[in-house]
Design a protein. Sequence first.
Lengths: 279, 404
Amino acid sequence: MRVMFVGTVPPVGGPSALAFAAEAARVGAEGHQIQVVSADMRAVSHQHARLQGFHLPIRLAAASRHFDRLVLRFEPNLPFRPDTQRFERALLGGLLSWAVRGFGEVSVWMDSPMPIPAGLGGRTMAGLWAKADQIVVANEEDRLRMLEVPGVGPERVMIAERREPLGERSVGEGWPSAGDGVADPRAEILDLVRQRARNARRQRLARQATRRGRPIPPEPEEDLQHLLMVEGDPTLERRTLPRLVLHRLLRPFGVLVRGSRANSPFGRLVNRGRRMLRI
Amino acid sequence: MTTSTGRHKRVAFVAPRYGRSVVGGSEAVMAEAARGLARRGHEVEVLTTCATNHYTWANEYEEGASEEDGLTVRRFRTSHTFSRLVSIELERRIAAGDQVSALEEVSWLNGRLRVPGLYLHLLAHASEFDAVICSPYLFWTTIYGAAVAPERTIVMPCLHDEHYAWLRLVRATLTEVAGVWFLSEPEHELGHRIAPRLSPRHGVLGAAVELPEAYDPAGFRSRYGLERPFVLYAGRREEGKGWFSLLRAFEAALLRHSLPFDLVTAGVGDPEIPDELTSRVIDLGYLEDGELPDAFAAADALLQPSANESFSRTIMESWLAGTPVVANGAGAVVNWHCERSGGGLTYLDELELGECLAFIAEAPKSAAALAERGREYVLANYTWDQVIDRLEAMLASFDWAGRP
């Protein structure tokens, strides 16, 4: 049997990923042909692919011709991002129900807490629950919640076998070490924490702006990241300017530079910010 | 009997609540400081109420004197006869930062609870004590207790930067008492802002936590059936302590990261866990004192979501147990501890909390190394011997000729 596993596997993803990988290994050891597809580039999977949002049902529908069985893990950001809107959830649920119909067998693994949409979203996922031969949940509380979903009987719902963590799971994580000899590991770790949170915030802002058809707003903390250096003018030398102000200065600055008859420029603008300055 | 700083003193500790079942930082510091002074030969009495619940102030203990932990504890009944409607309206206005008159401040204070018996006892006996130590700032027992004999009263205010702290009553108390015992440098700075003419005899005496003889994390997990890794919140489950914000942020972190942790909580108050989180949030209710150190040791990290801390005992206890701390960076005091120690992570929103938890999950050895820095910091600064030394020094600077 050809079996497709979709979800994150170690070294990232915590104990749920460990249990998911163990299931893939077990199925592989039975002689089936397996392929693991993960969205996380750090995961040790056969394939890495974009799986978020509508990419997932499209990929599943395409793969259903080549695989007999699907093992799909519902995990953070797969398929629902935390800020996925109600309508998008409903549409995605419907597309997933449609996309899995081509597989002979379907198993669904649910991380806890389970991202089961209520209302319309819940109804559009009815096809997925009906198709699933097996629904694997993380714990007893989630098993009981799953049984509340219309049409899901206890014979199809089971609790995942718990896997112990592998100890230090630093492979591929990129966190600074805090061991001996590191002067201020807290500052380095917090820098990375803030940077990752900023990236997530930026992605969220971008998604919101795209949904509303508006330009992506600048982030307040990034608004003071550009350094203006104008040689020969001490009043303007080494002043940090808000990004938007700097953008407004660029055009007159360019006019001045072009209008200058001097062979060497009288000033230089230096971008010291974290983001590219579009000129 | 003499001590390192001179003859023994007679000291009264005035606290709104006292007892084994009371959950509260200032109450714990008062109780341990009282026992610490008694161990050094000082004569110590605790004057408190019959209440344990700081919402209802219902009288649960018997009124009268008793011996507890080697100390004389005198309990007095609480009274509430003021119109609750008026009191609630004043509470709303003060909490919202509205201007209220001096008379309204007094009305508000009297409307929460009163302990007339304690007040009368102090009127009759305050002069028999070398010092009367009152805490925390927001309670009737402190404001009225300090007014009886301000020349021999030390207030341990446990200030937070909140609207209540800026009431005239609080400013007057901090100005007029003989001494002020701050728990941290940020609280000290806040004290100066609130009361520009702060009592000249004040200092950062700090607080401390007891060092357990041993930890039993495996036993704790087994006793409470905790099979999965967990992060811990220990304290009162109320909005003022950031509990409900933490629940929301933890849920967001779970939806963004594959976190292995459950959130285990211990303390008083209804945790009001939403249905969708019941599989990941476990309420242990109130834990006996002896259980808490094991809880800290068993956790993968302590979460401290409160921005209103004047010391934060739980982060000290957590570091002592070798457990990393992830704290709300909006609180000046926990920020100060985390920065000074180099041992705690701070977050400013749910995204940063999620990343901090991801770090704890993915790099446990580095997280443990951070906790070790925290442990060194606690042992270097916050043992009871050090705090009692500083308290004795403050007491020695008071020498009232009028003492009988």
